[in-house]
Design a protein around this ligand. Structure first.
Ligand code: PMP
Length: 313
């Protein structure tokens, strides 16, 4: 079965879904996208899509920022996604990438008087960070792009040049991931992940005003910590030096899951081992996304009609 895409309002083999080289979004980064996980549940012979509607709600907001007309409701987008995943027929974990973009084949920097288009693709994705081993990180020499420049909350393709610069710099210097600071030196996030610290038993994470993407995994972890472990999260500005004094640290993201951070700027985090709270949150998070905690099945949308055992009533 070839990989499929939803493109130009129909399902087609990915290999046939092509855009022209003059496409506006290719030249100017005028697109917004999202990333959704499908977890293969072998026991149930089912693909579970995690918090699909929440991802599309975020994408609608991005489209408003970019003046992109995305002519589908959240429910319609969920339905299209389920249909695409089902058509593709994967029996392993997948990553779904919807993308809305300025599609006019026209030169000229602007957002207005341009056509819009939308596609969804589904693919497999290798492990992004090693969730078992923990990431060795550095603070980046690149600063996180500010809301007054390109809004991070929009998940806009052009913004990811900022992430790519930081990621490549970190990797070439021998680190697994970069931690970006805001222009005034506060901790913002990883190149493709939100960040949490554990300080005196509490979770601390940067607020939306520090130019983070409002992560769905971030929200999931905050809810699990509160409801399952009675641990609340403080959203506040974090100084760089707190990265060096935290007891534990971890990243969250759809691609990165819950990934422990074991080192920052050549200083061990805590005792350099994966932290206890991090481990517990990681365990509970995987339970939830894999449809193994009945309390949270509402977050898991089964994609395969024939073997529905969870969620969809
Ligand atoms: N920050 C950035 C810059 C990201 O690209 C991502 C990945 N989407 C995240 C944070 C985490 O967001 P989410 O948990 O919704 O995937």
């Amino acid at each position: 079965m070839p990989p499929y895409a939803f493109f130009h309002k129909q399902f087609m083999p990915l290999a046939e879904a092509k855009i022209g080289i003059l496409t506006h979004a290719l030249h100017y980064g005028t697109a917004c996208f999202d990333g959704i996980r499908g977890q293969w549940n072998d026991e149930q012979q089912q693909m579970l899509l995690f918090r699909v509607k929440d991802h599309y709600e975020r994408m609608h907001k991005g489209c408003r920022i970019l003046k992109i007309d995305l002519p589908y409701s959240g429910d319609e987008l969920c339905k299209l996604t389920v249909e695409l995943v089902e058509t593709s027929g994967y029996r392993e974990n997948v990553y779904i990438r919807p993308l809305a973009y300025k599609s006019s084949e026209q030169i000229g920097v602007r957002l207005h008087d341009l056509e819009d288009d939308f596609f969804i693709i589904v693919a497999t994705l290798p492990d992004y960070l090693d969730a078992e081993k923990g990431a060795r990180c550095c603070t980046s020499s690149w600063r996180r792009i500010d809301d007054s420049m390109i809004p991070a909350r929009g998940k806009i393709t052009g913004t990811y040049v900022n992430s790519a610069l930081a990621k490549t710099e970190a990797n070439k210097r021998g680190f697994d991931e970069a931690i970006l600071l805001t222009h005034d030196g506060h901790v913002s996030e990883g190149s493709g992940e939100n960040i949490f610290l554990v300080l005196e038993g509490k979770l601390v994470t940067p607020p939306s005003s520090d130019n983070i993407l409002m992560g769905i995994t971030r929200d999931t972890v905050m809810q699990l910590a509160q409801k399952e472990l009675g641990v609340s999260t403080v959203e506040r500005q974090i100084d760089r030096s707190e990265l060096y004094t935290a007891d534990e640290a971890f990243f969250t993201g759809t691609a990165a899951h819950v990934s422990p951070i074991v080192e920052v700027d050549e200083r061990p985090v805590g005792n350099g081992e994966i932290g206890k709270l991090t481990k517990e949150l990681q365990r509970r998070y995987f339970e939830v996304i894999n449809g193994k905690n009945p309390k949270y099945l509402g977050w898991c949308t089964p994609a395969y009609a024939k073997t529905v055992k969870a969620g969809r009533g």
